[in-house]
Design a protein around this ligand. Structure first.
Ligand SMILES: Cc1ncc(C[n+]2csc(CCOP(=O)(O)OP(=O)(O)O)c2C)c(N)n1
Ligand SMILES: [Mg+2]
Length: 329
């Protein structure tokens, strides 16, 4: 990767931070609402992994496709899912992105290219391939991004998807968010390869392990992969190293996690670190960032109020949107 020419400009750096701050605040709000009993849902915290989607999605257009997983609310927000409709969906309300019928595990928002959220480990990759293939056939210039975890790289669908994407030179970027755990199993205990990126060799695909907590590095590698896909150069595998601050699912006692490693990761929290870097580099001012963060909190207040005040879907909605009613050419 050319790390010099791929540097984000000032406006892009501030936008990456805005997305990171939004994701962090949204995660904190989610955990608060669940732990205080105001919302009941399974919640998979992405706290600690904010840099990856924030620095990647600034390289995408609204039309580009994103397929992600149960932990991927950060991916969706970074890609532009509107907060009110997101929170309404989480709360199962008719005003939600899926009319309250998807819930927190199955969020979609095709208007911003957010095509699927899946709880089936590894399934975001072949779905992204299908979308990338459609883009390739129609020549519409879109690309697809598949987000998945380190554990997913041990699933058959990962290997099948990388193989086919390479053979057909599909415009797809595979992004493994390696948070060092798959449920309760540490990465090294369940994965034969030392690095997920090494698996790219088997599929004749450019692959790189990057520091997924470094916005500048993540941005540069993502930019190159997106440009390659868009130019017809085929797929890329990015292994973005990060850390999951909390257990697999909210309520998990996380006793299986290495406490020292966890404390060190939390001390190196990428969100305040990047904030401090922007200030030190003179790219943003304290008042500007404080105002931005206060604005995010206000938007979250509004979204939660909107969601909880919205009505539940009507019973007549139960079977609508389940099956296609007509097939088009
Ligand atoms: C096909 C399949 N197998 C097993 C599971 C159970 N399961 C849910 S999450 C998970 C761990 C996935 O870990 P990883 O891919 O690293 O993603 P992370 O949760 O760390 O983001 C497993 C095994 C599942 N949902 N789907
Ligand atoms: Mg993982």
């Amino acid at each position: 990767m050319n790390r010099t020419t791929n540097q984000p400009d000032r406006a892009t750096q501030i936008e990456i931070y805005r997305r990171m701050a939004l994701l962090k605040a949204n995660d904190e709000r989610s955990r608060k609402l669940v732990t205080t009993g105001r919302l009941v849902m399974p919640y998979y915290s992405y706290r600690g992994q904010e840099v990856i989607p924030a620095a990647l999605t600034v390289n995408l257009s609204d039309d580009d496709y994103l397929c992600t997983i149960y932990r991927g609310v950060h991916d969706m927000l970074a890609k532009g899912m509107p907060l009110n409709a997101l929170w309404a969906e989480i709360a199962g309300r008719a005003t939600g992105v899926c009319k309250g019928k998807g819930g927190p595990m199955h969020l979609t928002y095709p208007a911003k290219g957010i095509m699927v959220t899946t709880g089936i480990v590894g399934s975001s990759l072949p779905i992204a391939n299908g979308l990338a293939w459609a883009a390739q056939l129609s020549g519409d210039g879109r690309i697809a991004v598949a987000m998945f975890g380190d554990g997913a790289s041990n699933i058959g669908a990962f290997h099948e998807a990388l193989n086919l994407a390479s053979v057909w030179k599909l415009p797809v970027v595979f992004v493994c968010q390696n948070n060092l755990y798959a449920e309760h199993t540490a990465f090294a205990k369940g994965t034969s390869a030392k690095r997920v990126a090494d698996r790219g060799v088997a599929y004749d695909m450019p692959a790189e392990r990057v520091n997924g907590n470094d916005p500048i590095e993540m941005y540069g590698v993502a930019k190159e992969a997106v440009a390659r896909a868009r130019a017809g150069g085929g797929p890329t595998l990015i292994e973005a190293m990060t850390f999951r601050f909390h257990g697999h699912v909210l309520g998990d006692a996380d006793g299986y996690m290495d406490e020292g490693q966890k404390q060190a990761a939390m001390k190196a929290d990428p969100v305040p670190l990047y904030r401090a870097k922007l200030l030190a580099d003179g790219l943003a001012g304290e008042a500007q960032l404080a105002e931005m963060e206060a604005g995010i909190e206000r938007e979250l207040d509004e979204a939660v109020t909107f969601a909880l005040a919205s009505t539940l879907p009507d019973i007549s909605e139960m079977r609508r949107d389940v099956y296609a009613t007509e097939l088009t050419e």
